[in-house]
Design a protein around this ligand. Sequence first.
Ligand code: GLA
Length: 722
Amino acid sequence: MSIEFQNNKFHLFNDTMSYIVEVSRQGDLLHLYFGARVDADDVQPSVKMRGFDCCANDSDAEYSLSALPQEYPSAGASDFRSPAYEIETDNGLHTPELKYKSHEMINGKPPISGLPAVYVENDSEAQTLVITAADEVHGIEVKLYYTVFENFNAICRHSEITNISNPYIYLNNAQSVSLDFPAGAYEYIHLEGAWAREKHIDRNTVHKGTQGFESRRGASGHVENPFLMFFDKGANEEYGNVYGISLIYSGNHRFSMEQEMYETVRVQAGINPFQFRFKLNKGERFVTPEAVMVYSRDGFAKMSNTFHKLYRTRLCRGKWRDKERPILINNWEGTYFDFTKEKLLAIADVASEIGIELFVLDDGWFGKRDNDNCSLGDWYENKEKLGGTLSELAKEMNKRGLKFGLWFEPEMISPDSDLYREHPDWAINVPNVKPHLGRHQLVLDYTRAEVCDYIVERITEILGNANIEYVKWDMNRNMSDVYSLHLDADCQGEFYHRYILGLYDVLDRIITAFPDILFEGCSGGGGRNDPGMLYYMPQNWASDDTDATERLYIQYGGSMVYPASTVGAHISAVPNHQTGRISSLSMRGTVAMNGAFGYELDLTSLGKSELDEMKKQIAFYKNNRHLVMNGAFYRLFNPFTSRHSAWMYVSEDKSKALVYYVVKTARPSNEDVYLKLKGLDENAKYTISGKTQSGRTLMNYGIVINSGEHDGNNMIFEVKRV
Ligand code: GLA
């Protein structure tokens, strides 16, 4: 891997990938190429001037920013496509034009202050290029950061915009990345959804005009995950140029694609400009979140595996990053708010008996909370309901051989809470306007230091006073009525981003103080399943929908970018509480064992045969979780387009694999299914279902399955090299 600067071209490359930026003869930063490895000398931009295009000066009449591919395009300086950033100076100037000033190359990858980002453990893993460009008249300087890795086909990008000389400027838009792709036929996938239906695959053809998706919710959201796959038309799991763009950010985001008149496509990702306006006084700078761009020449699977390994090993952090995750029992769907100490311990007794490792006490243990109407913010244990202290409860769990974990929802405040009665101004709210409630609650104003300090103090006290080894950090509404008493009138446009900075600061303080605790993010399930949260918490509750069939879709979509180690997945009761569907315990297990696995039901209501089956699931998972967490992942059947679903994990040395197969929708007189495995060693022999076969046969001919005629029939195959 290296970064070279020759003939005015920056070439960032590793063995298989190139990214090329040119400093043009007019000093502009042009985007020449991103894709499979090439020789930089041979790559030239098209400088043809056409029709109504503008040019910078008549002596270079062929040169036009209206058509040239750019790295960080400005607004109004003759490029009529979507700008990467927009400013307005104190005297109303708003058409800056950046010109190259200098550059620097750094070994390794510097952290981004206050923001989550991919990191390296050794400077030899990556190199970073920082290009500085400026506009003297508009008084701004922009630094563009690019990191290229030795072992990942990924480029990380972010930018810093500084007000150099104006009394103040407003920054109205600041994208993390802008990429101009050559004229071509493209498609894209985004992960759309809703509460309890997250991360569904939506595949579209890129067409003329602007298209894309965004969040305006103050969180990354259930509706649109901050992730885009942009690819050659017709690409599939194994074929085609694929670019995955993932934004390491938990707030409002926007992904856009603009196919313009010359058929090129400008792709951008970053903070949503919706209600965004950041005031920068002289000398101040704004830092955008990081975007990770993964390139695969060979379809979706390679892209996913690059994201999986990069995020698992160089975004997630802390003691739990590489550790096997404990199998948990969560009491939420088992008891909801209606529990006593006796009930919890009765569940714990069964849990411990069948081999579960962690008991998670969910909502309802604090304040006077017996329903979702009250007490958020009052982070004091309810000793009456708990029949003692949290510390005592934790000890009871520990006695049974279980770790103890606890649920919090620290960003919220209930109008019916002591905290609200004392500090009504700590809630996000427009003065004199009745706020719009979501789940009967309001959001705390994390732009205020005293609010963040209070939360850190409360949580620190609770975590410090009991043996709590796991925390579920929840967030159960999106933001409305956005206004902060703490911000000046002309800084209200900073709110959404400052909230996220406040959140990241709180998370950083807490995880630093409690490095041994395993944290799991949650937001009504997958409302904030984003890479920003993964930097603080190595796993995320994937969805409030625990129905096994629904989870086939949710986990398939999520697997495009997120590794199984980060995906919280539980077996719950039937009929399922979200869909009413009845699926076998075996199917529920086959689906839920693909991530940070657990149970979420009243174990005391089950009979011996179910508990015996669970014991077997638990033993199986314990034997195999290392492979699920760390293996290369391959999607075999797509549940969105097929009536089957299948996927597999392969160990790094290809000596072991696990193959999962589920009949999503049965059909009478069904066909034989040829399940072609992937990622094995062609020349090796493997045992599977008591037979020995070559990797070649397993991948090219496949396993022949007659799947039976029932919804949810399922199989797990263990594959071992002989
Ligand atoms: C959210 C979470 C659930 C549960 C409830 C508790 O909906 O996603 O898992 O913790 O809150 O109120």
